[in-house]
Design a protein around this ligand. Structure first.
Ligand code: WTA
Length: 703
């Protein structure tokens, strides 16, 4: 048996990991141009006064007043059932009316959406606000009359980036039907599980779409989704299939009679129909968005109509600086919260022109994004650090070859490295555009931390201060406030409720309380919001200037290219492979994607490691979750490091994967396995132990 070599870097951790000091150079400020400031929606410093803590919660009237209400609310914030906050209680409105109908008078001939197909020989298609009105109404009539959908029902939408996605969402919203959009890249199984959880009886899909030069068969996923839902004991009655190319069918999947319907075959029955928008309670759910948490099952974040729409409209206006005359392009997928809030609901509520790009940013070459920006005259651009890193690597000087001018750019979804930030600023933004680094989560509806683009200087790598009316703080494990400028990391929390916060986890109130409020609740009987800080599960550091630098997740969630994946979800996918006895998933640093999952499996007795098993595990992850979860490596190990009580130590595997110090392993039941695994992953010669990112150090600390 191998003996465990002495680990020179090993140290005993005496403070909690959340308190570890983080050292880095303070970055220099960058300032917005006077040209930007002059035209900005929000350039009055009085905002700080209007949204000061003593004005809470009434300050948020300012956002709600940007909407058209059927009935004004009587109570801005109701705290009678903490932490289930209610916003704009008594108010009534319709989200589809706010994004479509109310713009007809002034903007009917203006493009609401511009769809850019991936194949470059297919011209962009503009959908005017009038077109949008007609199409949303007709599709709403179809949902109501063909599918029998009514207010409060749920519908699962599994669509790629095409205009029919926002049209389907807005048609649901018009009827008060709760939509649950599942990211198009998720597998049929993932879609089916979510459809079953929300008990959707209707699934909206498409025959196919383009991705990286290929026309993919997407309808096939719907068939898998229906089977999966059926296994969960849930029946989906109808599948509505949009068509990518008129007169063609990109899918080989057979049509099932009375179950599958081509939308373009039944839509003519509803030609010219107008469906009155249903006047919804401000607190009526608008949509569900499933996201990964620390247990295996994705949770359906339930978002309300009034508070959500008010929050995304206000933040789109003030932070995205959207004016109706802007051409706004957010490259996120509408299947994630960023797309819901900042491609669909926020921009359309402000009568913006919102660009929808079908495909891969680097298809067919590194200049594609900048050609689109030039052709459409995009002036607001919104993307993730992963896309920025990818575009930088694919074509460092490419943006300089194109004649576009951004006034404003956003980065969202992951921490951005200061060097990457500077490339974004200097090369993509041509030193003309202001940048906002917006920190928030699916649960939050809209931005929580960001600079106010015309008012605050930018600091590369830092999201900035709390948003107007949002009061973040950093707490240590004991619930003590970690002061600004201490250089210590801790858990970022929000002290107060806000209109964009989710209502609950669909069907699981208890999990909602446990996940976000249990940890720091000061008094479970209190009806005072001050006793209920929101726990975001992100590590962060607060500088003396009040800017938050986000370090990453502190739970079992891996942020892959800005997309949240639960380690437990991936592990259970691995365990569906017959040969696999145990699986552990850890995050590993990736130059482009930030973090990617790496998988460790041990096999059941009698099985030998083989490429075949590796392939099976890969396939299982892809079919159960989707390609985005594909592991960087799959290691078949003789055994997993475990505590004496049999707990699997993911923390140790994470440090092996990331070439860090494994820490104290003497208390393990099988310390010798650590060196065996290390050798398998890193090779015979011990590699130099390097500095490991804060979120990876935190990973698995609960183990
Ligand atoms: C991370 C995406 C650093 C964070 C809107 C959070 C960020 C998770 C930033 C939520 C940012 C988001 N800087 N990290 N600007 N924005 N994150 O739910 O770890 O898909 O908890 O929402 O992304 O991911 P989600």
């Amino acid at each position: 048996m191998a003996t465990v070599p002495k680990q020179p870097q090993q140290q005993v951790v005496t403070t909690s990991e959340a308190q570890i000091a983080v050292h880095w150079r303070e970055e220099e400020y960058y300032y917005p141009s006077s040209k930007f400031i002059g035209q900005a929606n929000l350039n009055d410093p009085d905002i700080l006064n209007r949204f000061s803590e003593d004005k809470f919660p009434e300050c948020f009237r300012e956002y709600a007043d940007m909407l058209s209400w059927d009935k004004y609310w009587h109570t801005t914030l109701d705290t009678s059932d903490p932490p289930f906050w209610k916003w704009f209680v008594g108010g009534k409105l319709n989200a589809s009316y706010n994004c479509v109908d109310r713009h007809q008078a002034k903007y009917k001939n203006k493009a609401a959406l511009i769809f850019v197909p991936e194949p470059e020989n297919e011209a962009p298609i503009a959908v005017t606000y009038r077109d949008l009105y007609v199409r949303v109404n007709e599709f709403a009539a179809l949902l109501r009359d063909h599918c029998g959908l009514k207010t409060g029902d749920r519908v699962t939408i599994h669509l790629p980036m095409i205009p029919e996605l926002p049209i389907s969402m807005l048609a649901c919203a018009r009827l008060g039907v709760i939509h649950s959009v599942v990211f198009g890249g998720f597998s049929g199984e993932a879609c089916g599980l979510r459809a079953a959880d929300s008990s959707s009886h209707v699934l909206i899909t498409i025959d196919g779409y383009y991705r990286n030069g290929k026309l993919l068969d997407h309808k096939a996923a719907a068939d898998v989704a229906l089977e999966t839902a059926a296994k969960e004991g849930h029946k989906i009655d109808k599948v509505l299939v949009w068509r990518r190319h008129q007169g063609q069918n990109a899918s080989a999947s057979p049509f099932v009679q009375h179950r599958d319907f081509w939308v373009d075959e039944i839509l003519p029955n509803y030609s010219g129909e107008i469906v009155p928008p249903v006047s919804m309670d401000a607190e009526a759910p608008l949509f569900l968005m499933y996201t990964s948490g620390s247990t295996g099952k994705p949770k359906g974040c339930q978002h309300r109509t009034g508070g959500y729409l008010a929050y995304v409209t206000g933040t789109s206006k003030y932070i995205q600086d959207i004016h109706p005359e802007d051409v706004y392009w957010c490259m996120a997928d509408i299947g994630w919260i960023t797309g819901h809030s900042y491609i669909v609901y926020g921009p359309l509520s402000l009568a913006a022109t919102s660009v929808i790009y079908e495909g891969v940013p680097t298809y067919p070459d590194a200049g594609r994004v900048w050609r689109i920006a030039e052709r459409l005259n995009v002036n607001i651009f919104h993307t993730s650090p992963t896309a920025i890193r990818m575009l930088r690597k694919a074509g460092h000087d490419e943006p300089t070859k194109y004649n576009y001018h951004f006034k404003h750019m956003t980065t969202v979804g992951e921490p951005i490295e200061p060097e990457v930030w500077r490339w974004y600023y200097e090369t993509v933004g041509k030193r003309e555009a202001v940048i906002v680094d917006t920190w928030w989560q699916t649960e939050n509806g809209g931005f929580l931390c960001s600079t106010k683009p015309a008012l605050d200087p930018m600091k590369p790598g830092s999201a900035g201060p709390g948003m107007p009316g949002i009061f973040p703080e950093i707490l240590d494990e004991m619930g003590e406030v970690v002061p600004a400028g201490s250089g210590k990391a801790g858990n970022i929390c929000i002290r107060n409720p806000w209109p964009g916060i989710m209502q609950t986890i669909w069907g699981d109130r208890e999990r909602f309380v446990n996940q976000y409020y249990r940890k720091y609740c000061k008094n479970p009987n209190s009806k005072d919001w001050r006793d209920w800080p929101y726990f975001a599960a992100d590590g962060a550091v607060l500088a003396v200037d009040g800017y938050f630098r986000i370090l990453g997740r502190v739970d079992d969630v891996i942020n892959v290219a800005g997309h949240r994946l639960g380690t437990k979800e991936i592990e259970s996918a691995c365990l569906t492979v017959d040969e696999v006895a145990e699986a552990a998933v850890v995050p590993v640093v990736d130059e482009i994607k930030g973090r990617v999952p790496e998988v460790y499996v041990s096999l059941k007795p009698g099985f030998q490691p083989s490429q075949e098993v590796v392939d099976k595990v890969n396939r299982a992850v892809e079919t159960i979750i989707g390609k985005i979860a594909r592991p960087k490596h799959i290691h078949i190990v003789p055994d997993m490091p475990k505590t004496r009580s049999g707990k699997l130590m993911r923390r140790i595997l994470a440090s092996i994967s990331n070439r860090g110090a494994t820490g104290d392993i003497t208390t393990l039941a099988n310390p010798d396995v650590v060196e065996k695994v290390r050798e398998l992953v890193q090779g015979k010669e011990p590699v130099a132990v390097g500095e490991v990112a804060e979120d990876i150090k935190q990973f698995g600390k609960e183990d």
